[in-house]
Design a protein around this ligand. Structure first.
Ligand SMILES: [Zn+2]
Length: 204
């Protein structure tokens, strides 16, 4: 177990490199009575804002690869940490699925599709039209050249298209999957059913 005090940088490094780890979040250094247990990937404890107090001010964090270690440590303070309802750290079913390894090109294509989709979630007044040719254009490439990358993303369950994924033609629309959307921190509060609903809207 590691305790981070006034070490935001080191803490950020730890959570990004231990995605399967656990974090005990403390809000008061002198009376550690407000403890919450999270997963290292929980959106509640990550923040894009570099100036946010993560381990400074009155905040501190204790990190470990297993939650039991943190709970045992908290019990030494006679504390039962609160369990975050967002990331459900003790619920095995909420664990992250096995990590999917994307190539650099695969990741860039996926990010492009996700971005286009999320814009339509916020504003569905425009029909979603993103097709394979649009993506190829954006990457200064042809659909033929990108098709191995697309095929891999289909196989990994990150993207899908209309009809068969076997024969990708330039005009085929490309959609993200629920699995791909679940990787977006801004959508992590949505249930699987809600994400499915949003995806159905894109297909209209
Ligand atoms: Zn959490």
């Amino acid at each position: 177990m590691i305790i981070f005090l006034d070490e935001d940088k080191a803490y950020r490094y730890w959570v990004t490199h231990h995605r399967r780890g656990f974090v005990l979040c403390g809000r008061n250094r002198y009376q550690p009575h407000v403890l919450t247990l999270h997963r290292a990937t929980c959106p509640e404890i990550k923040t894009a804002n570099a100036r946010a107090h993560l381990t400074s001010g009155s905040q501190w964090k204790a990190c470990a690869p297993q939650p039991e270690e943190l709970i045992a440590w908290a019990s030494g303070w006679k504390q039962d940490p609160a369990i975050c309802q967002e990331c459900r750290p003790l619920d095995a079913a909420a664990a992250e699925p096995a990590e999917i390894h994307l190539s650099k090109l695969g990741r860039e294509i996926l990010e492009y599709v996700l971005e286009a989709a999320v814009i339509h979630f916020d504003d569905d007044s425009l029909p979603y039209r993103l097709c394979a040719a649009d993506i190829a254009d954006c990457f200064g490439n042809t659909v033929g050249h990108l098709s191995p990358a697309f095929r891999r993303l289909f196989e990994q369950g990150m993207l899908t298209t209309t009809g068969s994924t076997k024969h990708l033609t330039p005009g085929k629309k490309i959609f993200p999957t629920v699995l791909a959307l679940q990787g977006l921190p801004e959508l992590s509060g949505n249930s699987e059913a809600e994400l499915q609903d949003q995806l159905l809207k894109l297909r209209r």
